[in-house]
Design a binder for this molecule. Structure first.
Ligand SMILES: Nc1nc2c(ncn2[C@@H]2O[C@H](COP(=O)(O)OP(=O)(O)OP(=O)(O)O)[C@@H](O)[C@H]2O)c(=O)[nH]1
Ligand SMILES: [Mg+2]
Length: 427
């Protein structure tokens, strides 16, 4: 490696942040910029300055006003910024115009998030999903200018799906998109099969969802010793992990940890991660983990709810899990105490008992507990019980099997009719 490349690699790219204070913003602009700075840091950039403009009407060509562009150019110049990062999504034309006006690389929050995902993707499926999202994002931006700029050398926002990809024409990008779609469909099919196999095992699925960094993986590890990577960084988890968890009254569930959400998550990513998020859509229960040490947790809850809506999981049964109760911030609204919520600290273990009880109560609501001895050769009855209820225990003895299960009252009635001699009984 030459001396020069070595120096370039050691130096962090310098990023200058720009945000617009728009009417009716869900998250206050100050909080949004703080989050953007965290995203920039996570992506490996050094934040060297920021500018906020109150915008009443978006400038179609430049997003922010002409005067503000001038100011940003001067300040970015002084701060020796390599890249200017906008908090709002920029259209391809705005991005091009701004690059010309500011005389340096310009990216938006979406590009930054895509870049972080690209750095974090580990599994083959995750890598393909991120590449697909990046190409979808890149396609309308593939102009001579972009190609030229990206050739100037790597760095955040240009960590495309391979430098050479940026030089190929749109047709080849489209071909690659088609290829990725097909490969992902294959992976999805295999995964669908696995899920089907799992569905024949009568374990309900509980999925951890929530804002990024809210503590989903910490909770997963606390409950199942799964050993999932936990980091005080955004998007530590991309690939789903599923583990068994036994609840206090004996019900076994599958607990799934998956990718976190964020404000203004690029729709290309949500689209590309739909198969991963199938774990969420197919879950019997969602544990929505909320970081109550953030003063904006109510807004974060809204963001998560809208992404859930977008992926078709808006109607899932949900328990709100208010996490990080050990570090409640001054000024942060206290977590509400409702029947649908549990306050915990995944770090200290506080609230785990009540959380497990809440999960079990929700999953068994309206079910009756029965125990019955099934005569040998009646595997069909066992299969039926597994299908219609939740089998907690199977005890094999002398060829017969004694089953404890949670079933709807109607099923309990049918069972008593079908097996009067073994006295299927509530217990
Ligand atoms: N103080 C405190 N910190 C916590 C608690 N739970 C998690 N954390 C910390 O919060 C940070 C993020 O935790 P993770 O478990 O990685 O969060 P996550 O929701 O899985 O995040 P992503 O995978 O990035 O979406 C880590 O530094 C954890 O140690 C808690 O109850 N109290
Ligand atoms: Mg995680």
């Amino acid at each position: 490696m030459s001396e020069r490349t070595h120096t370039t690699a050691a130096r962090r790219e310098r990023g200058f942040l720009v945000a617009a204070d728009l009417p009716r913003m869900l998250v206050p602009v100050g909080e949004s910029v703080r989050e953007l700075a965290r995203l920039a840091d996570t992506a490996g950039l050094e934040v060297v300055g920021e500018a906020v403009q109150t915008v009443r009407r978006i400038n179609a060509a430049l997003f922010i006003g002409h005067g503000k562009v001038e100011e940003v150019r001067g300040r970015a110049e002084d701060a020796r910024a390599d890249v200017v990062i906008f908090d709002e999504p920029l259209s391809p034309a705005q991005q091009r115009n701004l690059e010309r006006e500011l005389n340096r690389k310009v990216i938006d929050r979406s590009a930054l998030i895509l870049d972080i995902f690209a750095q974090r993707a580990r599994s083959l499926e995750g890598k393909m999903q991120v590449e697909l999202a990046q190409l979808q994002y890149l396609l309308p931006r593939l102009t001579r200018q972009w190609t030229h700029l990206s050739r100037l050398g790597g760095g955040v926002g240009t960590r495309g799906p391979g430098e050479t990809q940026l030089e190929v024409d749109r047709r080849r990008v489209r071909t690659r998109i088609g290829q990725l779609h097909r490969r992902l469909r294959d992976v999805e099919r295999t995964r669908g099969l696995h899920r089907h196999e799992r569905a024949t095992v009568p374990f309900p699925t509980v999925a951890l969802v929530g804002y990024t960094n809210s503590g989903k993986s910490t909770l997963m590890n606390r409950l199942t010793q799964a050993g999932v990577l936990v980091e005080d960084r955004l998007f530590a988890t991309l690939d789903p992990t599923v583990r068994r968890l036994r609840l206090p009254e004996g019900l076994t569930v599958l607990l799934a940890d998956t990718v976190g959400f964020i404000h203004k998550l690029p729709h290309q990513l949500v689209e590309a991660f739909k198969s991963t998020l199938e774990e969420v859509r197919a879950a019997d229960l969602l544990l929505h983990v909320v970081d109550v040490s953030q003063s904006t947790w109510p807004e974060q809850v809204q963001v998560v709810d809208s992404v859930l809506e977008e992926i078709g999981a808006g109607d899932r049964s949900t328990i709100h899990v208010f996490n990080k109760a050990d570090v409640l911030a001054d000024g942060a609204p206290p977590p509400p105490t409702t029947a649908d919520a549990v306050t915990i600290s995944a770090r200290t273990g506080k609230g785990m008992g009540p959380l497990l009880v809440a999960i079990e109560t929700r999953l068994t609501a309206g079910l009756e507990r029965v125990r019955c001895a099934l005569p040998s050769g009646r595997g069909d009855l066992l299969a039926w019980l597994r299908r219609v209820g939740r089998v907690i225990e199977e005890y094999y003895h002398d060829g017969a099997v004694t089953v404890t299960a949670l079933v709807p009252p109607k099923v309990a009635g049918q069972l008593r009719k079908r097996l009067p001699e073994t006295a299927a009984r509530p217990c």
